[in-house]
Design a protein around this ligand. Sequence first.
Ligand code: ADP
Ligand code: ZN
Length: 787
Amino acid sequence: MIARVSLEIALRREFDYAVPPDLVDKVDVGSRVQVPFGARKILGVVTAVAEESAYTNLKPIIKVIGAQALVTAKVLKLARWIGEYYCCAPEIALKSVLPEAVRKEDAGWREKLFVRMLPVAGEFPKLPKRQQDVWNIIEEQREILLSELLELAQTTAATVRKLEDRGLVTITNEISERDPYAREVILASQPLVLNPSQANAFEKIKAAMERTEDDKREPSSTLHPLSSTFLLHGVTGSGKTEVYLQAIAHALEQGKGAIVLVPEISLTPQTVERFKARFSSGKLQTLVAVLHSHLSAGERHDEWHKIRQGRARIVIGARSAVFAPVEPLGLIIVDEEHESTYKQEEAPRYHARDVSIMRGLMENAVVVLGSATPSMESYYNCKKGKFTLLGLPERVDNQKMPLVRVVDMRQAGIKEKGPPIFSPQLKEAITQRLERKEQTILFLNRRGYSTSLQCPKCGYVANCPNCSITLTYHRPEQKLSCHICGHSEKVPSVCPEPKCKNPAIRFAGTGTQKVEDILGRLFPHARIKRMDADVMKRKDDYRRVLNEFRNGAIDILIGTQMIAKGLHFPNVTLVGIIYADMALHQPDFRAGERTFQLLTQVAGRAGRGDVEGEVFVQAFTPFHPAIQYARRHDFVGFYEQEIEFREQLKYPPTGRVALLTLKGRNEDKVKFSAEHLKHELEKLAGRAPAPGAPVAVSVEEAELFDLGDKPDPHGTSAAPVNVFRDLLISGPAPAPLLRAESFYRYQIMLRTRAMSRLSQSLAGIVATLVLPDDVTLAVDIDPVNLS
Ligand code: ADP
Ligand code: ZN
């Protein structure tokens, strides 16, 4: 027997190994194995098993890691698609499907060494100081993990063994299972009676689940193969989560499991609790595993294995939970599907929403994307008849949407000295809330005090020495700091230009610290708290401040995007958005979409109790469509006008984008390399894609996914047609953020409708492209961040 293995080192090919007779029973597709490679021993994953190999003299596999194949054949197929589509080496794609804690050799179901104290018979012996110190800790804890003990006592295992020799303690091997939510008390919840829109959505989802069960998507079916992907468009509070819960219950009834993706920031204990509560008892009882980055490696390992063993049928997690080994998989839910955090910003640069859709297609699972402000991509796919649109137009409690008032800051600023922070209207509204003992949220997506330091005399601006941005002034620490690389320096007291030395240097621009400061002076009796990355340092801070706010111990909460998401406070009747158009004028075709989403989300924080909410949107471009449609809570209106602009420029969703970024410390070399790359790409525009290696998913299948309404009719023909007729190459140009962490960056942007084919060809180019040693190329397919 032969095993084909993808190695965990950056090699773009696979190797055949012999399977020794004693390992034949253990080696399967997905097994993690250790193999010899030159003089080294390396870890890899078996991607195929075969009777024979084209090579002779195969080296044998050394050992198999873990009892069960860690990567299921299905997840393996998905990883290969990621490698193909996102244009990265298969071993990089493979790496991402297993959490680090599971991948490491020593992280099997390893038993842990526990130290336990024994009853002392007779007189307690006199111990040397080191042993006594260790004993004191054991005595206090009675039972402790050896590793924890060593850390606490700053000692070695040998010292503990001495205590064992004296008969004072035992050291034993035991499985220790960790439960990150062990301390939460969870009360069981029952399904609610759905309102008509919820019921309609649920019925459609259920029908699709039964369809996938019955005919396994017969080719004769007239439905689009993606019609089992749903977009659930419902304002916040419209009861989406209840629909998810009932759909999950249905999956369990069918004997299948479910994956729920939520943005990292919304993975609060409350969210997790809602899912655990529903399935904590009754006939559908199952464990709910949680996967996210705040778990310890051990917790992550255990959660993952609970899924792999089939004990947890439901997984709730951030981006990478899309790879959870749920089998069989009936349902994938992507909540807040428009969130940019679903995109991974390092290789493999996958988008978890899109991976979900692909996984659903491969495993016959139903996919539900939910949002109050869907992405342009998903809504477009509904319009094109690919996805199925479901709407929850009203809030469950029939609450009215808050009244949104746009304040023209050009008017508001006339009488003030500097650029204003609070319009008279907003000030007045805050005063009212304080009088009525209602709460206010103020939103500004920029931390720090002032956003730049300038000299009005010579024009000096304090810039980061490593990045092409200005330094932000942080008043509590009296520092200037860079929000990209973290560089920080003291605030100069005079202009640092040697010829200038002007003492009247000025801070400009407003951050959350300044808002807090000025607010404190305007309303000296108000209880004000700020919530941004500067004050929320510890894991618990976030929860603590929110609790204070919920309990009414805070009148005004100021914050960055941290407070924009899913918070529900009945007593908040006013939301103020300090600069609504701040993100609007950035060099990114999604600037309008992001602003619309953010305003809608933030505005949704107001008026969720009995009192109607009011939102003040302060803007310098008050008539911008993103602001005006958000004011009217009109997603469809926004979509209709935005899609025109996207269509004109072939931006997503009407075309697909690949962004190639070259970076290096020498600007000339980077620029030159970018020109060279462009030259190679231009050759591509004139020819058919290279016949690549066999792919995990046929190009036709993958193209369902691309934006052409139909797969290219010439795609399957053998004649070398040019499928890149529509390929647009822009650049190279300096990246919007030319310099970051002392690297210069140049970009080339590609636009096409046939992205699956383009990625295949790009892989060929990337593999043969010769770049100077100190210049690197990053390929980002469907980029979310263009800077
Ligand atoms: P969303 O996920 O769309 O923000 P939720 O599912 O959180 O909305 O629903 C908002 C609130 O309404 C929750 O407190 C939920 O328990 C309640 N709710 C949802 N559906 C119903 C229903 N059919 N009947 C009564 N209450 C409901
Ligand atoms: Zn910097």
